[in-house]
Write a protein of this length. Structure first.
Length: 224
């Protein structure tokens, strides 16, 4: 069960960008911005570890919990730097990406009152490889958790009891459903789905502090 985990906040909304290394593969979850900071973190904090494991670029996986602007904006520069890295998103959010994505992402930022986001995203984000609710990628089971967005998903490592929850589940709260594509009924169903995971599961969210499934009993009951 040997693995390595680290975190840095990135982007204008301080997204939790997670770095998870296992079985000679690096999983980079939600690169929200600050690509130079992400690359520097990989090269400085992980250099010796990755050299020992002989990491190849094809074993770098960029995993998106959803396709809101604050979770995806470092992707173009990361793929320029690591051109063989692979990008994954759930099929129901993937339409945000690909040709014309820069304008779509800038529009998302305007929903949040951020008018100058064009300065942070210089070009389109490539179309990803598609995940479904039944997918597995490396050690992770993909759990489709719509509500915040139609294609929101969590990445669950069952053997290690770790859940990367994106903007579905936070410490003491859950994701907003008032953005375009949000749905309160779907969020309630998604929270119910997560509530049956083992109580000691460590929850690593897209913003804020970590929590556990057990600690979020009140959150799970909010929409039930």
């Amino acid at each position: 069960m040997n693995y390595k985990l680290s975190l840095i906040p990135t982007g204008i909304l301080h997204v939790n960008t997670w770095f998870f290394f296992k079985d000679n593969s690096l999983y980079l979850i939600d690169p929200g911005g600050d690509p130079d900071k992400i690359i520097s973190h990989i090269e400085k904090e992980w250099e010796n570890y990755l050299k020992k494991s002989h990491l190849e670029q094809k074993n770098i996986f960029i995993l998106l919990t959803h396709c809101h602007f604050d979770h995806i904006s470092a992707i173009p520069e990361l793929l320029d730097y690591f051109p063989k890295a692979r990008l994954f998103a759930h099929e129901k959010d993937a339409e945000v990406l690909g040709k014309g994505s820069r304008e779509r992402v800038i529009m998302q930022a305007r929903w949040c009152g951020i008018e100058n986001y064009k300065d942070f995203l210089q070009k389109d984000i490539p179309f990803p490889e598609l995940l479904t609710g039944e997918s597995k990628i490396g050690p992770f089971k993909v759990i489709h958790t719509p509500g915040h967005t139609p294609g929101s998903c969590c990445y669950y490592w069952e053997a290690g009891n770790i859940l990367f929850s994106g903007d579905t589940l936070f410490y003491g709260s859950y994701g907003r459903t008032d953005f375009p594509g949000g749905n309160g009924i779907e969020m309630a169903a998604s929270l119910k789905k997560l509530s049956i995971l083992p109580k000691k599961t460590l929850v690593l969210p897209g913003h804020g502090e970590y929590t556990t499934i057990e600690a979020e009993e009140t959150t799970f009951n909010t929409l039930s």
